[in-house]
Design a binder for this molecule. Structure first.
Ligand SMILES: [Ca+2]
Length: 250
C-alpha cells in the first residue's frame, strides 16, 4: 500500500479531491490506497509480503478466550462493542500478537487493544466518525460476533478522511512503546495541496529506534495511548483525561 518513498502508490488525489461528499471521498481513499474498508475488512491485507513470515503465536501469547474476555471487560468499561479480534504481528518481536478492535457505542472512539504476550498489553483510543477508516481485520458489526481472525498485517493502519483530504497513520509496537511507522496528511486536494508525511520504517522490527513514539498529546487524532500493562483495569484506569484546550490570552 505504501511505496518506496512513503506515499500510497497510485493514490488518485483527484478522486479524493473532487469527491462530492465525505462518503465518496472516504470510498475513493479506501480504493486508492487499498485500505480495508470498515464494511469490507477481511483477513486479506495490503501489507508487505514479509508479513506472511509471521511466526506461530508465541507460547506466552494470550489465548483467544483470554483476549475475548479482556475485550468484553474493556467494552463494559468504555461503553464499546468488539467488532474484530484475532492475531497479527504488531510488534518488533517475531510471532503473532493478539488484537481486538472495539467501536464506541456512541460512535465516538475506536479502541485498539494489543496483547504482545507475557501479560503486556497496549490500548489506543482514537477519534471515530463516519469518515474514519478503522483497521479491523475480520470485522463484523453488531449483533454479529466477529470471528477470530489471523491477519497478515504488521501494523494498525488507521485513516481519518475529511472533505478533500485525509490523515493516515500506521502504528505498531517497537522498543516496548507505541510508535509511528508512517504518517501522512492531505489538507485539501481540491486546493491543489499535496500529501505530506514521512515513513520511518516498513515494519516495527525495522524501526531500530528511528520511529517516533506516540504519546497522548500527539497533535493529531490520537487521544490516548497506554501500555504496557498486565492488568486491563490498570491499563484503562491509567487513561488520563483529554487535554483541555489552552485558555485564550486575555
Ligand atoms: Ca510479534
Amino acid at each position: 500500500m505504501i511505496d518506496a518513498v512513503g506515499y500510497p502508490g497510485g493514490m488518485d488525489l483527484a478522486a479524493v479531491a473532487s469527491a462530492a461528499t465525505a462518503t465518496a471521498a472516504a470510498a475513493a481513499l479506501a480504493v486508492a490506497c487499498g485500505a480495508p474498508s470498515p464494511a469490507t475488512s477481511t483477513t486479506a491485507s495490503s501489507s508487505p509480503a514479509v508479513a506472511n513470515q509471521a511466526a506461530a503465536t508465541a507460547p506466552s501469547a494470550a489465548t483467544p478466550a483470554e483476549v475475548q474476555a479482556l475485550s468484553r471487560e474493556l467494552a463494559a468499561i468504555v461503553d464499546a462493542t468488539p467488532v474484530a479480534w484475532g492475531t497479527a504481528d504488531l510488534d518488533d518481536v517475531p510471532g503473532r500478537d493478539a488484537f481486538a478492535v472495539l467501536m464506541g457505542n456512541q460512535f465516538d472512539f475506536v479502541y485498539y487493544l494489543i496483547d504482545v504476550g507475557d501479560q503486556r498489553r497496549y490500548l489506543l483510543k482514537l477519534e471515530l466518525d463516519g469518515r474514519t477508516q478503522v483497521w479491523a481485520p475480520g470485522r463484523a458489526d453488531p449483533p454479529e460476533v466477529p470471528s477470530w481472525t489471523d491477519s497478515d498485517d504488521t501494523a494498525i493502519d488507521h485513516v481519518q478522511t475529511h472533505r478533500g483530504g485525509y490523515e493516515q497513520v500506521r502504528l505498531a509496537i517497537a522498543g516496548g512503546q507505541v510508535v509511528e511507522l508512517f504518517y501522512e496528511e492531505l489538507n485539501d486536494g481540491r486546493d491543489g495541496d499535496e500529501p505530506e508525511g514521512q515513513r520511518w520504517a516498513a515494519t516495527a522490527a525495522a524501526c531500530a529506534g528511528a520511529c517516533p513514539v506516540v504519546r497522548p498529546e500527539q497533535p493529531w487524532f490520537v487521544h490516548d495511548v497506554h501500555g504496557p500493562a498486565a492488568d486491563l483495569d490498570a491499563l484503562v484506569g491509567d487513561v488520563p483525561p483529554p487535554p483541555m484546550p489552552a485558555a485564550a490570552a486575555p
